[in-house]
Design a binder for this molecule. Structure first.
Ligand code: NI
Length: 171
């Protein structure tokens, strides 16, 4: 297992549509293990493969609370197959938009179809923080970041702040 470097916005890989995975093989499982390690180290609750420079439809997440045992999830080729009409607002952040947070409104419940670590077809119903997190991560596979839901003014302000932080870190 290895901790992978996380791409920071704006980066072309973060804006690209990721390719579907054809076979869930050992290479995919190794990548998911590295992504989980990277996510826990960050720390974060979700990570999509494009964020580590791999433009494939793979997501890992763990929304367990601080006092709960870890509950890692690996989703290959995830797709939202149903979403509720009622919406939920969460203050979202993203490891590719470090230290920036903003409220985003999304469907409160979703059904998601995906392949698990063994390549078996699965479906889950998600609500609460899991629903938000899984939608945020699937967005990454289509080149969408949470800041894309904000006004251009707000988005550019956040991108400027991120750029400043990165330059400071490089000094
Ligand atoms: Ni993100």
């Amino acid at each position: 297992m290895a901790i992978l470097p996380i791409l920071v916005a704006p980066h072309p890989v973060l804006k690209a549509k990721a390719a579907p995975v054809e076979t869930v093989d050992d290479g995919v499982r190794a990548l998911m293990d590295d992504m989980l390690e990277t996510m826990y180290a960050a720390p974060g609750i979700g990570l999509a493969a494009p964020q580590v420079g791999v433009s494939r439809r793979i997501v890992v997440l763990d929304v367990a609370g601080k006092d709960e045992p870890p509950a890692p999830m690996c989703l290959v080729n995830p797709e939202v197959i149903w979403e509720s009409e009622d919406l939920n607002t969460y203050e979202e952040g993203c490891l590719s938009v470090p230290k920036q947070y903003a409220e985003v409104e999304r469907p409160a419940q979703v059904k998601v179809r995906f392949l698990d670590r063994e390549g078996a077809k699965r479906e889950i119903e998600a609500d609460g923080i899991l629903a938000t997190c899984v939608q945020h991560e699937i967005d990454h596979l289509d080149g969408t970041l949470f800041i894309d839901y904000l006004s251009a003014l707000k988005r550019n302000m956040i991108l400027r702040k991120v750029k400043k932080e990165q330059q400071r870190a490089d000094d």
